[in-house]
Design a protein around this ligand. Structure first.
Ligand code: AGP
Length: 608
């Protein structure tokens, strides 16, 4: 869960590498470093903490290097020390390496190297890999990397550089993402496309077991066994500006406000109002195969799994197909009953989450149809799924996922409609749903316009140490998502419960110090939810309600209300969640938390 970047060209490498690390900082940020090849030597500068600290160290130094590698770390092996920060060196500093991933057999290799008199100065697995490459180095960095990697068990995305081959960087990938791009005489290597975007939109995504041999003259792709590989150059439709803050104080707030636009990008050109149906070409299934499906499983982690829960409701209600949600880290180790009539959707913003990727491979092994619902173009999950749909949310840089959730729900709604129309959904219902979906961006804007009101509410509740989120039916996953957002950026303990389940346990928690945020919008479960709120009120807990505009009774029942515009029940998560995202965001900001880089989290969890 680190970020790595390499540059080789004719420009000064230092600013390109540091700016690139800033764009990758969401992947991990406990230490960072660069290695620059200049004046016949490799200079390594490393620091603890965020990229700012490294930039501070580099300030005032005049570096002439036009090639180098850099890294921002998310510690897995060895504590947060400068010694454990990357790049790591071997061969007396002539060979340097940055690595994202985990080398599982590093202890055995370390002992073997020690027997040969090679000692490590850090506690990391990566330094062991650097020395292993060094052991095989005989003047050709590519073959030394190939020989070393044949012995590695585990995951890696690496970039290596050797002093004696100044016109060469060698990158390799197994499990952790590597993107290469560039033109004419300058080339970039990175963990994802965002640091490369300012320079080129043409990129190549390495697959597992591939190596990129990069020089100022171009990129050669081959396998670990040196077989040349023809690769497709992807054209990214993201503009650099999308990866900038655009005047917002944090990426999270910018991405919350991106939702009305990116929602349109998610559904645009993917439905036919005339036919009252959806047309998602990526499904890659013919009518007969679609009809054969009798079970749908949504597999994901974190926020993506809560989006999957909304997908479950949509498939049951629209398509009448039995649907379930599985957390990927559980699915991959239990014995799921799957057959050729099972359709598995793997959902992921980054497309690199290790548990979700492993679950994808498990579902394929068991013969299911496997389709991806993914944001990052060309990511591993997108490439390994046998079809699927990109959610077009654009770069999501804040660790706490917001717009990706909304667009995941949008795409699942369209899939459910596409299946539903070939089964039991009438033209009229299909058209009504699509018209309601087209109104969603406006309804989102109405909630975003209440940002200051929600901020004032956050001010009132920010000091509480606990909070309970309640929702029923399609709003239960909304409560789960709202609670996760609050937890992950404000560190306030919060739980989410189905409204009807509260009285079987969580109600014992209630007190004036344990506020409850409940979604009580006007839908088929309104009355049921209202009685649950009565039960909460009777225990003296403070109540914040998400209620439908015009519902005057909500005021009597609660201490504070966020009114949201009404929409079709199935689509409520697309509206109600925006209010909860804003609430969590403002509570965290008012508590002075680093909302874009919350502690202990990373944007893309590429290890188990
Ligand atoms: C959500 O805010 C978190 N960042 C996390 O739960 C995330 O949803 C989870 O790690 C899944 O990530 P993915 O969508 O990239 O697979």
């Amino acid at each position: 869960m680190c970020g790595i970047i390499g540059y080789i060209g004719n420009k000064s490498a230092t600013p390109i590498l540091v700016q690139g690390l800033r764009r990758l900082e969401y992947r991990g940020y406990d230490s960072a470093g660069v290695a620059l090849l200049q004046d016949g030597a490799i200079t390594r500068i490393r620091s603890i903490g965020k990229i700012d600290n490294l930039a501070e160290k580099l300030k005032g130094e005049k570096f002439s290097a036009t090639s180098g590698i850099a890294h921002t770390r998310w510690a897995t092996h060895g504590g947060v020390t400068e010694e454990n920060a990357h790049p790591h060196a071997a061969l007396g500093g002539k060979l340097v390496l940055v690595h994202n991933g985990i080398m599982e057999n590093y202890r055995e290799i370390k002992e073997e190297l020690q027997k040969e008199g090679i000692e490590c100065v850090s506690q990391t697995d990566t330094e062991v890999l650097a020395h292993l490459i060094g052991k095989y180095y005989a003047g050709n960095l590519r073959s030394a990397v190939q020989k070393a990697l044949e012995r590695v068990h585990g995951t890696y995305g690496i970039v290596a550089m050797h002093l004696d081959e100044p016109d060469r960087l060698v990158a390799a990938r197994m499990g952790s993402p590597i993107v290469v791009g560039g033109q004419e005489d300058e080339y970039y290597i990175a963990s994802d496309a965002t640091p490369i975007l300012p320079y080129t939109k043409k990129v190549i995504f390495l697959a597992d077991g591939e190596i990129a041999d990069v020089s100022r003259h171009g990129i050669e792709i081959c396998t670990l066994t040196d077989k040349p590989v023809e690769k497709k150059v992807e054209e990214l439709d993201w503009d650099e500006n999308q990866a900038q803050l655009q005047g917002f104080p944090h990426f999270m707030l910018k991405e919350i406000f991106d939702q009305p636009q990116v929602f349109q990008d998610a559904i645009g050109g993917r439905y036919d109002l005339g036919d009252g149906t959806a047309r998602l070409g990526g499904l890659n299934m013919n009518e007969e195969q679609m009809r054969s499906i009798n079970r749908v499983i949504f597999i994901a982690c974190g926020t993506a799994s809560y989006a999957g829960m909304v997908g479950k409701y949509a498939f049951e209600r629209l398509a009448g197909i039995s649907a379930e949600v599985d957390v990927a880290s559980e699915f991959r180790y239990r014995d799921p009953i799957i057959d050729e009539k099972t359709l598995v959707f793997v959902i992921s913003q980054s497309g690199e989450t290790a548990d979700t990727l492993a679950a994808l491979r498990e579902a394929k092994r068991k013969g299911a149809f496997v389709r991806g619902i993914v944001n990052v173009v060309g990511s591993t999950i997108a490439r390994e799924a046998e079809g699927g749909t990109y959610i077009h949310a654009g770069p999501e840089l804040a660790v706490a996922s917001t717009k990706a959730y909304t667009n995941m729900v949008a795409v699942m709604m369209l899939y459910a409609l596409q299946f539903g129309r070939s089964r039991r959904v009438s033209h009229a219902t299909g058209t009504r749903l699509l018209e309601a979906m087209r109104e969603i961006p406006e309804k989102m804007k109405q909630i975003l316009a209440q940002a200051d009101t929600i901020k004032a509410m956050a001010e009132k509740y920010k000091e509480y140490e606990d909070m309970l989120f309640l929702g029923r039916g399609i709003n239960y996953p909304v409560a789960l998502e709202g609670s996760l957002k609050l937890k992950e950026i404000s560190y306030i303990h919060s739980e989410a419960y189905p409204g009807g389940e509260m009285k079987h346990g969580a109600i014992a928690l209630l007190s004036p110090n344990f506020p409850v945020l409940a979604i009580m919008t006007k839908n088929s479960l309104y009355d049921k939810m209202r009685s649950n709120i009565e039960e909460v009120k009777a225990r003296g807990a403070k109540i914040i309600l998400i209620a439908t505009e015009g519902d005057e009774r909500a005021k009597d029942l609660s201490d504070d209300v966020i009114f949201v515009p009404s929409t079709m029940e199935l689509l409520e998560p697309l509206v109600n969640t925006v209010a909860l995202q804003l609430f969590a965001y403002h509570v965290a900001v008012l508590l002075g938390k680093d909302v874009d880089r919350p502690r202990n989290l990373a944007k893309s969890v590429t290890v188990e």
